[in-house]
Design a protein around this ligand. Structure first.
Ligand SMILES: [Zn+2]
Ligand SMILES: [Zn+2]
Length: 133
């Protein structure tokens, strides 16, 4: 009986973590996931968040986002091609749904004979909230 109870708690913790990622404006650090998820999951700890993010990643439901010089953030898989915007003030990272500005480069051969296959792009600046402050 005890095992059943603990399994049910695990399921609800994982569901809460997925819901937090679904509602987030961009990829989140485990600490950010914890801050939001803990509002509905009493007693949730950082180690549990890490463990769940790792298994979700193994299942292919979640992907890690690595910005240069920063610890990994996580977002739901299957969101399609997109880019991130990092606010220099609040340090939030947001998913942009603007049209990809460099899609024209895909498949192009650049001067020197470099053929472009893929790219990653992070934009830096101020988010709307920080601009208003
Ligand atoms: Zn900001
Ligand atoms: Zn792009």
């Amino acid at each position: 009986m005890k095992r059943q109870t603990s399994q049910r708690r695990q399921t609800s913790q994982r569901r809460a973590i997925v819901q937090v990622l679904e509602a987030a404006p961009g990829p989140l650090t485990p600490q950010e996931v914890l801050e939001v998820a803990a509002q509905t999951q009493a007693g949730l700890g950082l180690a549990t968040v890490y463990r769940n993010l790792n298994s979700l990643q193994e299942l292919g439901d979640v992907v890690a986002v690595h910005l240069p010089g920063e610890s990994a953030r996580f977002e739901l898989a299957g969101r399609g091609h997109h880019h991130h915007f990092r606010c220099e003030d609040c340090e939030g990272v947001f998913e942009l749904d603007a049209t990809c500005p460099v899609a024209v480069l895909e498949g192009v051969t650049l001067p020197g004979g470099f053929k472009v296959k893929d790219h990653e792009l992070t934009l830096y600046g101020l988010c709307p909230t920080c601009q208003a402050a």
